[in-house]
Ligand binder design. Structure first.
Ligand SMILES: Cc1cc2nc3c(=O)[nH]c(=O)nc-3n(C[C@H](O)[C@H](O)[C@H](O)COP(=O)(O)O)c2cc1C
Length: 351
């Protein structure tokens, strides 16, 4: 079991890098049309991307979404990610820390704060909360000096996973009591199948600090697991999920705490649209992993290009800063507009 958790982390990395594991459905941001601010033009060099994450100032409204740790070969990946996060002053998410609870000698693979002063997000699966006491989770976070905890919920991934854990029965109650017991802010995240308004409403009645969409349209965890699951034909659930833009609007319509957008964020325009719709920041996973092919230099190059793209888009929209972006007018086009209508999503939170 212990070795299984660790070697699965490595298998996930290999499959992510070598197979086509992106959703065919899109993140739906293509159906958001932003309208430029009517004011004097803003040059790219005048754009200020600084914003807040967990109440701390960061260099740009982007972060590295949870990926890895838990196998000796993942240590260097985490170190490279942390070096790049430090350079741009953006937060970094760790992959599930279950492996270090099961085998504490692997804790070093997550311990990147030893080398870089960054905002670090710990990570654990919601199904695991049944197996660990809050004090164990607290200790796991203390050990890596995390700034907050992301709890990932991933029922569709677990269904597709050959050794998947379907123990979600008390998951929500466990999440609620964890958020009440530990000294860390807790963020609920999906891994690519999205979070609905109904779930966000439930979360709003707990002490959970924030929600990350983890929406569909980017990396597809069902596809990844199906490459590992030879015994069962489950292609029917491959395109399951709420696209990121829809999930973001659904959550924001009922949840007035921190919301971040992850899932298929690939371009500057994806970031600009998500922030304009109310996300505090955008998480990016797979492109960071791919950029790591050239080590920390590759990741830094990728982030520098993305930041440049975000600034170009903001300049085209006459937005000098994040507040300008959040005040932009926009239209929501079909089919997303129809889906939101059928779902009775209250758009009043939007200007
Ligand atoms: C190689 C890899 C490993 C991941 N491992 C985790 C994990 O351990 N915990 C978690 O919450 N999410 C994990 N994720 C999911 C990401 O955090 C993110 O939600 C998802 O990949 C969608 O973002 P993307 O389209 O930018 O890749 C992983 C993603 C990748 C690519």
């Amino acid at each position: 079991m212990k070795n299984q958790t660790s070697s699965r982390k490595l298998e996930h990395i290999k499959l992510s890098l070598n197979k086509d594991v992106q959703f065919k459905i899109t993140n739906q941001f293509e159906n958001i049309l932003l309208l430029p601010k009517k004011s004097k033009t803003v040059a790219q060099s005048e754009v200020d991307l600084s914003s807040l994450f967990l109440g701390k100032k960061v260099g740009a409204p982007i972060f590295m979404s949870a990926m890895t740790g838990g196998h000796e070969k993942t240590f260097q990946i985490n170190k490279n990610l942390a070096e790049a996060a430090d350079e741009f002053n953006i937060p970094m998410g760790l992959g599930s820390q279950r492996a270090m609870i099961e085998n504490n000698s692997l804790a070093y693979t997550y311990d990147v704060k030893k080398y870089h002063d960054i905002i670090l997000l710990g990570n654990i699966g919601i199904a695991q909360l049944a197996n660990y006491k809050p004090s164990q989770i607290q200790h796991m976070l203390d050990e890596v000096h995390a700034d907050a905890l992301c709890v990932h919920t991933n029922p569709a991934q677990e269904i597709a996973q050959p050794e998947g854990n379907l123990g979600f029965k008390n998951a929500f109650a466990n999440l609620k009591s964890l958020a009440e017991s530990i000294d860390y802010k807790v963020i609920l995240k999906e891994v690519g199948n999205g979070i609905s308004k109904e779930v966000a409403e439930k979360v709003s009645r707990t002490k959970v600090y924030g929600i990350d969409t983890g929406g569909a349209g980017g990396t597809n965890w069902i596809a990844i697991e199906l490459f590992r699951n030879y015994s069962h034909d489950m292609d029917f659930i491959k395109e399951w999920g709420i696209p990121t833009a829809q999930s973001l609007i659904e959550i924001k319509s009922v949840f007035n705490r921190s919301v971040t957008a992850t899932g298929g964020i690939r371009t500057g325009i994806d970031v600009v649209k998500a922030i304009s719709l109310g996300a505090d920041s955008c998480g990016i996973a797979m492109p960071m992993l791919k950029a790591n092919k050239d080590g920390s230099k590759g990741i830094k190059h990728y982030i520098a290009r993305l930041i440049e793209d975000i600034k170009h888009e903001m300049s085209l929209l006459n937005c000098a800063n994040i507040n300008d972006l959040k005040a932009l007018k926009f239209t929501i086009n079909a089919p997303l507009s129809d889906i939101l209508k059928q779902r009775n999503i209250n758009l009043n939170y939007l200007r």
